[in-house]
Write a protein that binds this ligand. Structure first.
Ligand code: DI6
Ligand code: FE
Length: 396
């Protein structure tokens, strides 16, 4: 094979050393004997990592990056003691972002999201999932997903899209949640599916949003279009959502601050990834914690994501989310790194394609100004990316 890019002097997360050989946009070999001397001599470009930690490009498997406006004023109210749920019930919260998103043009949505995505990418993210859910009408939900798709072309970050039409009951459907679910299932989702705008479908299943019965209707509709599902599950209260995700063999069940042990066992049996979102627990100053010890004991893969959104997690650094997953939720540094790479890829149905350093995988990697996963999650608010390779090219 022709080696287009050879990264030498790499230290891997397990402490071993070696190189990564890349041909085109694919990794061709990894490790101590990544390439034979002849191929290495002919490599078009060689980058010496100098003993630095080299990991797969990070995968942020849960974000809401496309939205209008921001919620800094609400955050100020929360700092003064108002609760997230009080603000939401008074017409703020998700609905206030919905109003701003509906009022914004597609270009405006794109430009604001592109700047946030640039920040996330500079933190080491090569693959990002982006949800809709701030449109909650046909036109704006489609617009959000089109913007998300366009971001892949304009930023070079791989984008996976998720339809979250069931994020909250919009004000024009107040008191008619079941009818709104009908509309999502029979009008919006079919349009999303026929335009190929979503790679998966998600529902916010919690006491401020939709019941398990309502969520289940959306999950069934998604399955009828062949789309995989995931759930915002048991974030604010134990609501049966984690168990529902397992029953539907969801790709992931996300949040889980209030998930119980029986639900954890169900996740293990279903092969569903638990996505931990410490940024939201931090911003909400919520003391509830996902059942990490039970997840670990049951062998449920744990991903870590930013949940980047204007209300509960305006977090644009995945390494900072990894730091929080360790400090707040008790993950080990290696678990946090696996959570932002291999398990995050699985949560998107992209296992083997991204989030791993292995022959055949996408040639996305990060060279860190750190020697170990521990050092990566130790620094706070310092960008440790030394170099980023995406699709086989050094981008910074
Ligand atoms: N859970 C969350 O943390 C976000 N969405 C969700 O379903 C919050 C979204 C927001 O407040 O804008
Ligand atoms: Fe979320």
């Amino acid at each position: 094979v022709t080696v287009d890019l050879l990264v030498t002097g790499a230290r891997f997360a397990d402490g071993s050393e070696g190189s990564v050989a890349i041909s085109g946009d694919r990794i061709v070999s990894v490790g101590a004997d990544a390439v034979d001397a002849a191929d290495a001599a002919e490599a078009a470009e060689v980058v010496d990592a100098g003993g630095r930690l080299v990991t797969p490009g990070l995968v942020d498997c849960h974000t809401h990056l496309v939205f209008g406006g921001d919620r800094a004023a609400e955050y100020e109210q929360r700092l003064a003691g108002a609760s997230y749920e009080e603000i939401a019930r008074a017409g703020g919260g998700i609905m206030s972002t919905v109003r701003r998103t509906r009022a914004a043009g597609e270009d405006e949505l794109h430009d604001a999201a592109a700047s946030r995505l640039a920040a996330l990418a500079s933190s080491g993210v090569a693959t990002v999932e982006i949800k809709s859910g701030y449109g909650l009408d046909l036109d704006t939900e489609l617009a959000m997903l089109r913007v998300a798709r366009r971001l892949q072309t304009t930023t070079g970050v791989r984008v996976v899209t998720t339809f979250l039409g069931a994020h909250t009951v919009p004000e024009e459907w107040a008191g008619r949640a079941d009818e709104y679910i009908d509309f999502v299932c029979s009008t919006v989702l079919p349009a999303v599916a026929s335009e190929g705008l979503a790679d998966a479908v998600d529902v916010f299943c919690d006491r401020v949003a939709f019941t398990p019965a309502q969520a289940e209707r959306v999950l069934r509709a998604a399955a009828s279009f062949g789309l995989p599902v995931k759930l915002h599950a048991d974030q604010l209260s134990e609501f049966g959502a984690t168990a529902l995700a397992a029953r539907h063999r969801a790709l992931s069940a996300d949040h889980l601050e209030h998930a119980d042990e029986a639900a954890v066992a169900a996740l293990a049996g279903a092969g569903t990834v638990a996505v931990l979102l410490p940024g939201a627990a931090y911003m909400l100053a919520d003391s509830a914690r996902p059942p990490v010890a039970a997840l670990r004991a049951a062998g449920v893969p744990m991903a870590v994501a930013t949940d980047a959104n204007p209300g509960t997690s305006p977090l644009l650094s995945l390494p900072l989310a990894m730091h929080m997953a360790c400090r707040l939720f008790g993950l080990t540094p290696l678990e946090a790194l696996d959570g932002a790479t291999v398990h995050a890829a699985a949560a998107l149905g992209l296992g083997g394609e991204v989030g791993v350093l292995a022959a055949g995988a996408a040639a996305d990697l990060v060279i860190w100004d750190a020697a170990s996963p521990a050092e990566l999650v130790y620094w706070l608010g310092r960008n440790l990316c030394h170099a980023i390779v995406r699709k086989g090219s050094v981008v910074s």
